[in-house]
Write a protein that binds this ligand. Structure first.
Ligand SMILES: Nc1ncnc2c1ncn2[C@@H]1O[C@H](COP(=O)(O)OP(=O)(O)OP(=O)(O)O)[C@@H](O)[C@H]1O
Length: 826
């Protein structure tokens, strides 16, 4: 069992179901209304027509009814009207005050059966004030047993009496244990209860009286079920709303403005259930102002203008969704607050075209009758002094139930607030009843709780009040049920004196709207008149295009505002059947539109028609011009298209696959970059090494080149010397004295033979700084030594300078001259 406070969302009723039944019945009603003069008000005196239902005590008594009398039921406090006596049958005309339909649908028939045929006789109208009820209407509803095997604690011997059953009390009930009320209900259905206990208040409200209906009782006794109901069994609130709209439809001589508000009193704070933040629990509290004998003003409470049943249902649903409910030891969805659904109704008489009838009095001071030719209380009110608007409030209250302390702290705290406010309500009621019974005027502690303070104007007399006390049939709840019945008995003693409220035109919203509409219409007419004074062509020439657009926009705006305001004011013609399920009429004529606008609309419609017929003609022509093979062409085209589409789809699939594969298979870009960076570094390192090696190689080559040059020079010098030596014949001389035997051919031949065994300077791998034998070998091959490059014949041509040779020990030193100086002599 959850102990959290939550929003109550599901209670309500099924719009569709409620709607269907309404539609049929209300259509019947409309047709009947068209045939017969419409009734003025359901709470007006009756005709001689039959009534099968419970009449008030007095009516029953007068009629000599066989029905048992109802002790303590509402009594008439004022004299019967002339109308009542004149109409015969019912002597005082009060009997149908609580018309008794079998079902809610029948309620609509009541508008006809209750109606008074007053055609042409204004004097026959019974003043509404004179049919005021001066006592609270009290009903008891015993909830059905949840366990069929258990015994009910209560016996209901007739429609008005209740006492403890033998299961609850073995001895016969004493007088104080027998309770008599206006009605005792035991049925599962709310239909009969609504008809007897709430509809009269709803009708009084529509007639200009404040009215209050509230449910009082122990927790889980059925208060919310009675007020809100279920989708299958609508409660008092949805039924009342349906009746309100039916009432407007049946009253063509008046126009209405309806506003709704929905609040709850939780832990002694008032919350607006329609405030946008209400659902989030952040709604600002509502303050009660005034109340000292006058009206209370609920400052900060949002009121929404409603124009249809669907509209008001939406408001109701929204508010119910924001109510605080929680699971308790006794009720799975217990209301943790008192909730109040309020409807404000402003109404006034209307003329033939909706204008203010009160402003067109006839010469004899009376007012022109409406279309139906029937009279309403309106003219009489007007005669009292100037324009007036009736304003009334209907409050439908679902009180939280009294309860014992629970194991849950939060629930106990809530329960304490609930019990305190209910106790205050009980005290207020007791004091009021005592004051009324003993003619006293003791202080009434209205201010001790928000609930009683808010109800002060109603409880102090200025409202029709109906209370439904709900009773739990369980034997375990006898004490609480007894206490509920005692409260019901006490409240029966409270005296009421409800008065109609007439407010001056400036205070009423309906009047403000009507005035604004009239003002807007006047401005529109002025503009039209101005426009019609000039010929259209002249006007078009005089005004610039911009001015024409502005003017047209201003006219449209004026018309839109007029329409908007007109929509808010409900009349029998404009109010829908409420379910919004009937398809809209194809032709909608706005009777409030100006001739100028109607002409404009007509012209636009004609132009649209013309252009549409042109379009149709040209389409027909195109169709005819098409060759017969259209069908095949079309199918071929279609198959081509299909192919193309299939191909495109395949390509897309392939591309998607490729993308997917690529995404899965290959390394990522980052990985590639890292890998390539590594490779690049290796390459750079290699290049650097090669550069270093190349530089070293160049250095070695330079060195070798210098050595070769030197050797070359030495060789040349030597060759020159040898040749010189030979030419001087010194070779033979020396050979004689030399231990070395001169070879045949002289020094040149010796030189030549020695050449063979000559040693070449080599760069070995050991000498290379980088020890790359292969490269070095290749380099040696690529760069052969200069000696090797010298052609063989050159050696033979070499001549030596004998003098140079003789001057030095070593060859170079011997030569001691440049190669140029030692150039061989030719
Ligand atoms: N007349 C009835 N017929 C059938 N079921 C009913 C009737 N009255 C009450 N119930 C059922 O009894 C249960 C309790 O009713 P409900 O919530 O209306 O009590 P409550 O008095 O509003 O309680 P609380 O004060 O805790 O909010 C609900 O399940 C409701 O459907």
């Amino acid at each position: 069992m959850s102990s959290t406070t939550t929003s109550k969302r599901s209670s309500g009723f099924t719009p569709a179901r409620a709607t269907r039944s309404t539609t049929t019945t209300e259509r019947d009603l409309s047709s009947r209304l068209a045939r017969t003069p419409a009734p003025i008000n359901t709470i007006l005196p009756p005709t001689t027509k039959k009534y099968k239902a419970p009449l008030s005590t007095e009516a029953r008594a007068r009629k000599g009814s066989t029905l048992p009398s109802v002790p303590g039921s509402p009594s008439k406090s004022r004299p019967a009207s002339r109308a009542g006596s004149r109409l015969g049958g019912e002597s005082d005309g009060l009997a149908p005050l609580f018309p008794p339909p079998k079902d809610v649908e029948d309620s609509l028939v009541d508008f006809e059966t209750v109606g008074v045929d007053l055609t042409g006789d204004a004097e026959a109208v019974a003043p509404l004030e004179q049919v005021a009820v001066d006592k609270v209407m009290v009903s008891v509803r015993v909830r059905p047993k949840t366990n069929s095997h258990s015994h009910s604690a209560w016996s209901v011997p007739d429609d008005n009496t209740i006492h403890p059953s033998s299961a609850a009390s073995p001895t016969p009930p004493t007088a104080s244990q027998k309770f008599t009320f206006d009605k005792v209900h035991t049925a599962h259905s709310t239909s009969a209860l609504y008809a007897s206990s709430a509809r009269p208040q709803v009708h009084a409200f529509m007639g200009g009286y404040n009215a209050v209906v509230f449910a009082y009782g122990q927790t889980a006794s059925g208060k919310t079920y009675t007020l809100s109901g279920t989708p299958e069994e609508p409660g008092i609130i949805p039924r009342a709303l349906r009746d309100i709209f039916a009432f407007i439809r049946a009253t063509p001589e008046r126009e209405y403005l309806l506003r709704c508000s929905y609040l709850e009193i939780y832990n002694e704070t008032i919350y607006d259930l329609l405030a946008p933040a209400a659902g989030a629990g952040q709604a600002k509290g509502v303050e009660i102002q005034g109340g000292g004998g006058g009206e209370v003003v609920l400052s900060g409470l949002r009121e929404e203008v409603v124009t249809s049943l669907a509209n008001v249902r939406e408001v109701l649903r929204r508010g119910e969704g924001n109510r605080r409910t929680a699971s308790t030891d006794w009720n799975e969805r217990s209301s943790r607050s008192h909730s109040v659904f309020r409807i404000v109704c402003e109404s006034r008489e209307r003329g033939e075209r909706g204008e203010d009838r009160s402003s067109t009095p006839t010469t004899n001071g009376r007012h022109t009758p409406g279309l139906s030719g029937r009279q309403t209380p309106g003219p009489r009110l007007q005669a009292k002094g100037g324009r007036s608007v009736q304003s009334s409030v209907l409050s439908l209250i679902d009180l939280a139930g009294s309860e014992r302390a629970t194991s849950d702290k939060e629930r106990t705290r809530e329960g304490r607030y609930i019990n305190t406010s209910l106790l205050t309500l009980g005290t207020v009621i007791s004091t009021l009843a005592e004051n009324a019974a003993k003619g006293k005027s003791d202080h009434v502690p209205y201010r001790n709780s928000k609930l009683t303070r808010m109800l002060q104007p109603s409880l102090s007399g200025n409202a029709r009040i109906s209370v439904v006390c709900t009773v739990n049939p369980d034997l375990s709840a006898v004490t609480e049920s007894m206490s509920t019945l005692q409260f019901a008995r006490r409240i029966k003693g409270v005296h009421l004196n409800a008065q109609k409220k007439e407010i001056v035109d400036t205070d009423a919203l309906i009047e403000r709207y009507r005035k604004e509409i009239e003002d807007l219409k006047r401005r529109l007419a002025e503009r039209e008149e101005e426009a019609s004074r000039e010929a259209p062509t002249l006007r078009t020439r005089r005004l610039s295009a911009r001015e024409q657009i502005d003017e047209s926009k201003a006219m449209t705006d004026l018309n839109a505002r007029i329409k908007q305001l007109t929509k808010l004011i409900l009349t029998s013609q404009t109010v829908g059947n409420g379910d919004d399920s009937r398809p809209a009429s194809p032709v909608k004529i706005d009777f409030d539109a100006s001739p100028y606008q109607l002409q404009e609309e007509l012209l636009a419609a004609k132009l649209q028609l013309e252009s549409q017929s042109h379009q149709i003609l040209s389409l027909e022509a195109t169709l005819l011009a098409r060759p017969d093979e259209t069908a095949t062409t079309v199918s071929e085209e279609d198959s081509e298209k299909d192919k193309l589409i299939a191909e495109q789809a395949r390509t897309i699939r392939e591309l998607e696959n490729t993308v997917r594969e690529n995404a899965n298979a290959g390394p990522t870009k980052e990985q590639m970059e890292a890998e390539w960076e590594e490779k690049l570094e290796v390459q750079i390192k290699l290049v650097k090494e090669k550069e270093a090696w190349a530089a070293e190689l160049v250095r070695q080559l330079e060195k070798e080149r210098r050595i070769r040059i030197q050797l070359e020079e030495e060789r040349k010098a030597l060759a020159a010397f040898v040749s010189k030596f030979d030419s001087l014949g010194m070779g033979l001389l020396s050979a004689a004295s030399s231990p070395v035997k001169p070879s045949p051919g002289g020094a040149a031949a010796t030189f030549s033979s020695r050449k063979e065994s000559r040693q070449q300077p080599q760069i070995t791998p050991d000498t290379s700084p980088i020890r790359m034998s292969l490269d070095l070998a290749m380099t040696s091959k690529m760069h052969p030594s200069l000696l090797e490059q010298m052609p063989e014949e050159d050696w033979n041509d070499v001549s030596f300078e004998a003098e140079s040779w003789s001057r030095g020990n070593t060859l170079s030193r011997v030569l001691g001259v440049s190669s140029k100086e030692n150039r061989p002599l030719m």
